[in-house]
Design a protein around this ligand. Structure first.
Ligand code: SF4
Length: 688
């Protein structure tokens, strides 16, 4: 019997767990109480995570689409990789290097994310690379960079929640998305702290709150401006902090001036009394030297004004003098398993490893030196995730797409349109562990290892770099993503070294990140094992890592936070006669992201999509619980059973996004800064 300390394959908490193996067959999940992030607790997704092990759903052989029958058939690895390489060469000869696009994922390990960026820029020479993390927390990343000069989801350990006096959760349902994290809220409340939840739905997280505000979807920005207005009017701005640690606050002060409470109520639907009560709670807390923490998640961020929404909440915390104080400040609760690390190592269209900008000549020189290629050979900035997919098969767009760790047929906004773009490709290659909806469309499917079968690092929502360790060998016929990338690079006669050893790749990644904002230079696998993870930045072997940022300075040139004045623009689509309600989307406890893995695990209920609506709306359309109802938007329709609940606003319907359907409805309007699509709100009609 062997026991391997590792981490859950799913969300950004990256809970520690022990995998116990007897012989070759059985693999069981046990608690790992010593790992500090979850102290042995797991949600049901974590407890059942080994459910895909030995499943007939696992892909164990490469597949290529037969030209005559149009069906996928098994192939050898040599045949599959030779085919990909030769098609890549001919497409690039005909259309140029950018004829090939690469799409990565926020669930890939740091090593894979790093190697994928290098594969694109060095072996393929294409600028066209981005990843599904663009649809996760990119608005918070953009706001963090603007305000603090750096983008780390939480600039403090998650357990700091317990040090706060008031925690405001904006658009976060962590009781369902990361249940072990709720113990921090429970401990905070046990010692007299106050939890505020802001959400269009009374979620299980809202049930644990002391204060619950239920705004119209897409109006969180106006709500933050209204709170700022009241904080300023009450004289609760921490003027000494603002003077010493920020710039630009006068403009921000003015930005809230017109957001008097009655106007905020008209826009957000939050009653004036509730708004005033929350503002006075925040002010009282600050006057009594208390600490206020604001945490946003996708509910606040997945909007065409997502970046500005986050900036508005950051401005509020700066007005209260919070960022940099133990137990106070602003943080983003990232979503995907490697939502943090996945965006640090070069998968993004505009970035090289270490969060370096791809158009910065010094950054290009540094990374090119590590990669052993001339800086001039590196391509420039590519398209963001949705724009990349939208351009496929079009003039100037790529003709082939290589997908690693993503299921865009389910997860992309305006998914029917995206699927039609995939159909227009000359070549679609998908590396995955199961036949996802996207893999089913591919010309070549490459079966790759899953988490328990490989080693690699992830960076959790706190910026803590952790190590997933191999507990079992992969099934025969399966290769790691690193082996797939190395196989492609060698067939393309690429410059540079493409190692298949994860620890070796991590060493290279650490060198590439050295001196960058996300500096891993002092982190090694041995340190991660012995220290229960290491927080970046960690620039040298003798550096302890950095659990808390901003205590004395922000990461801006002058060390001060930037207060960026923003204005509420509203959602790209608002209800009208034809589409009279708001549609919002989200997650349920027992499923994860596009469901490619979790829907195939027997112990996790696979309910299929459903439509949550208020009894008043159900009455209006004549629907009862369990009836099939149709939700329609300007982009498509979904028919699913109704769940009639009084926990949702009467003007809003909710559909979970783990199944095909929800994202056929969602809006592809993009945030101008982060290029985040507006997943969280659009105008819809609902009928029986
Ligand atoms: Fe922990 Fe998230 Fe895995 Fe649940 S899904 S066990 S909260 S890492």
């Amino acid at each position: 019997m062997t026991a391997t300390a590792t981490h859950c394959p799913y969300c950004s908490l990256q809970c520690g767990m022990t995998l116990v193996r007897e012989g070759r067959a059985a693999l069981a999940v046990q608690a790992w109480p010593a790992f500090p992030v979850n102290e042995g607790a797991l949600c049901r997704k974590g407890w059942s995570a080994v459910g895909l092990r030995g499943s007939r759903e696992r892909l164990t052989s490469p597949l290529v689409r037969d030209r005559e029958t149009g069906e996928l058939r098994t192939a050898s690895w040599d045949e599959a990789l030779d085919l990909v390489a030769s098609r890549v060469r001919s497409l690039q000869a005909a259309h140029g290097a950018d004829a090939i696009a690469v799409f990565g994922g926020g669930g890939l390990t740091n090593e894979k994310a790093y190697q994928l960026g290098k594969l694109a820029r060095v072996a393929l020479g294409t600028s066209q690379i981005d990843y599904n993390g663009r649809w996760c927390m990119s608005s918070a990343a953009s706001a963090g960079n603007q305000a603090f000069g750096i983008d780390r989801g939480l600039p403090f350990p998650l357990a700091d929640i317990e040090e706060a006096d008031v925690v405001v959760l904006v658009g976060s349902n962590l009781a369902e998305t990361m249940p072990p994290a709720t113990r921090h809220l429970d401990r905070l409340r046990a010692r007299g702290g106050h939890v505020v939840v802001i959400d269009p739905r009374r979620t299980p997280t809202a049930d644990r709150a002391d204060t619950f505000l239920q705004p119209v979807p897409g109006t969180d920005l106006a709500l933050a401006l209204g709170l700022l207005h009241l904080v300023v009017a009450a004289g609760d701005v921490d003027e000494a902090y603002v003077a010493a640690r920020t710039t630009g606050f006068d403009d921000v002060r003015r930005s809230g001036a017109a957001w008097w409470p009655e106007r905020v109520e008209r826009v957000t639907g939050v009653p004036v009394a509730e708004l005033r009560a929350l503002a006075s709670l925040l002010g009282r807390s600050v006057r009594e030297s208390g600490k206020v923490m604001v945490l946003t998640a996708r509910g606040a961020e997945q909007h065409s004004q997502g970046t500005d929404t986050v900036l508005a909440w950051i401005n509020l915390t700066l007005a209260l003098g919070m960022p940099g104080r133990l137990g106070g400040g602003y943080g983003c609760l990232t979503g995907q398993g490697n939502g943090q690390g996945g965006r640090e190592h070069g998968q993004k269209a505009d970035q090289l490893p270490g969060y370096r900008m791809i158009d910065d000549p010094a950054a290009r020189e540094h990374v090119a030196r590590v990669w052993g290629v001339p800086a001039a050979s590196l391509p420039g900035k590519g398209r963001s995730a949705y724009e990349l997919l939208d351009s496929l098969g079009q003039d100037g767009g790529a003709k082939a797409l290589l997908v690693f760790g993503s299921n865009v047929v389910v997860s992309a906004p305006n998914a029917t349109h995206v699927t039609s773009r995939l159909e227009s490709l000359d070549l679609l290659v998908v590396a995955d562990i199961v036949m996802s909806e996207t893999a089913a469309m591919a010309d070549v499917v490459l079966p790759v290892t899953q988490w328990a079968e490989e080693t690699g690092t992830m960076t959790n929502l706190e910026g803590r770099v952790i190590l997933r360790q191999q507990a079992v060998p992969p099934p025969d016929g399966v290769r790691s993503d690193l082996e797939v990338m190395a196989g492609l690079a060698s067939r393309l006669e690429s410059a540079g070294v493409f190692s298949t050893d994860a620890e070796e790749v991590f060493g290279e990644l650490a060198r590439a990140s050295a001196g960058g904002r996300a500096d891993y230079a002092g982190i090694t696998y041995d340190r991660i094992r012995s220290e229960h993870g290491v927080f970046w930045p960690c620039p040298s072997a003798d550096h302890p890592g950095t659990p808390r940022l901003f205590a004395s300075a922000f990461a801006t040139p002058d060390g001060r936070a930037r207060c960026v004045a923003v204005e509420h623009r509203g959602a790209a689509e608002v209800p009208c006669d034809d589409y009279p309600v708001h549609l919002t989307t989200g997650r349920v406890l027992a499923q994860y992201q596009s469901g490619a893995q979790s829907r195939r695990i027997r112990d996790l209920p696979d309910t299929g999509p459903f439509v949550e609506l208020h009894p008043m709306l159900a009455d209006r359309i004549g629907a009862h619980a369990g009836d099939l109802v149709v939700v329609a938007t300007r982009r498509g329709e979904l028919k699913a059973p109704a769940r009639v609940v009084s926990t949702i606003r009467p003007d809003t319907v909710f559909v979970p996004f783990h199944w095909v359907g929800a994202n056929r409805l969602t809006n592809d309007a993009l945030d101008p800064s982060s290029r985040m699509p507006e997943f969280k709100v659009c105008a819809a009609a609902v009928r029986t």
